[in-house]
Design a protein around this ligand. Sequence first.
Ligand SMILES: NC(=O)c1ccc[n+]([C@@H]2O[C@H](COP(=O)([O-])OP(=O)(O)OC[C@H]3O[C@@H](n4cnc5c(N)ncnc54)[C@H](O)[C@@H]3O)[C@@H](O)[C@H]2O)c1
Length: 440
Amino acid sequence: MENKSNLKYVLIGAGIRGRAYTKAAIEEHGCQVVAVADPNEATRNFVRDTYNVPQEMCFESYEQLLSLGKIADFAMICTQDKMHVAPALMAIEQGYDLLLEKPAAPTPEECMQICKAAEAKGVRVLICHVLRYTQFFRTVKEIIDSGRIGKIMSIIHTEGVGNVHYSHSYVRGNWHNSKESSNMLLAKSCHDLDILQWLIGGNCKKIQSFGGLHYFKKENAPEGAPKRCLDGCPHEKTCPYHVNKIYLPEEMFHFAEIARPAAAKKVDPTDEEVRKALDTTNYGVCVFQSDNDVVDHQTVNMEFDNGETVVFTMAAFNFGTRRIRIMGTKGELSSEDMNNITLNLFCEDDPTSEYFGKPRTMQIATSKPGFDQTIIGGHGGGDRGIVDDLCLYFGEDTKTKSISSIRTSIMNHMLVFAAEESRATNTVVDVDEFVKKYNQ
Ligand SMILES: NC(=O)c1ccc[n+]([C@@H]2O[C@H](COP(=O)([O-])OP(=O)(O)OC[C@H]3O[C@@H](n4cnc5c(N)ncnc54)[C@H](O)[C@@H]3O)[C@@H](O)[C@H]2O)c1
């Protein structure tokens, strides 16, 4: 896409996500990062040196940066989950449009606070629901909107987190404990509930959820496993989660590209820095002996206002991919890999087609072979896609089909909170009643 926007922005949180969007914004769109805030000196200096940010525009915290007033077209907020709301409200107050990492905030109250503040100030807030911006989901949405599969009746959607990814992020890493960060559905699957609402185009009325943490627990630790893998674990060879298989070079999985910087909190850490992190932080702890509390599998059932039903499952126990099956009155769309789509039409109704009047099966590839839909590969083009659309939206006020208002994004976060209420109370939650409690 040729879209040189030259927008200026300030970066708050120069971690893994902040650097990923920054690379796309600057290298693909000619944007300019004019100031950066991050207490981590190494990552802050990386942005300073790579993108020529003057030293006097590099800050240890967002408060210092935002106290300068509005000095750019928009702000990118990529701090950790519990640190979105304070910089977001401050930046909105200054009149910044925002690219705000998901989840917008960890509670329904704070989500509504951001929504109302943005609406009152008249600024645009784009939540990083990156799946909307992938070629795969844009194609699925186009097919649905074209009417080819008729009216959607039912969707089965699965998010396979991937066992190694799960162990890194949700047993050992930033999102392992809901008190310190977010619950699992909010941290990982707010994308999925957002995309399901977007594809159906209606409002979810009833929601129900089951799930729990059943496997990554102390009682499942193999006999003799020490607290830390590197303290001579006798199960090194057969445990898929031994740190040598994930973080250290002996048997590194491809996931190491993201796992090593996250563990060592450095852009490109040495083995020594990674080993130090494994000896001293939660990243070196046995996956059965961490202080994790987030679920390792969960289902959500939903009913939408036109009778559409959805069954969603998130689970750690797979190699990692999303799978979707959308059943419509005129056909079925399915994909096993977030790339190749199978379209089964019950009766081709295009009179110009050689299949006119007959059942028809079509295969549609949405990306080139070898594309990577994981976080390492930029979420199947979603990380780059959201920056493409952001530049149009914040630059020329062109709203693409993928972009949603802050209210829609927040209402889709509300589905997550309602599902969690259902799981906690063992009830079916009426979504309108649930939202009313927070939207006075
Ligand atoms: N959209 C997606 O698909 C997706 C994928 C992964 C993560 N995320 C979300 O992105 C966010 C960031 O994740 P990450 O993996 O980049 O985390 P990270 O820990 O690598 O980055 C967060 C950065 O914020 C910095 N920070 C801490 N306090 C600060 C302050 N006061 N002022 C400014 N910066 C401060 C940290 O030093 C760190 O560099 C999280 O909310 C996460 O849930 C989104």
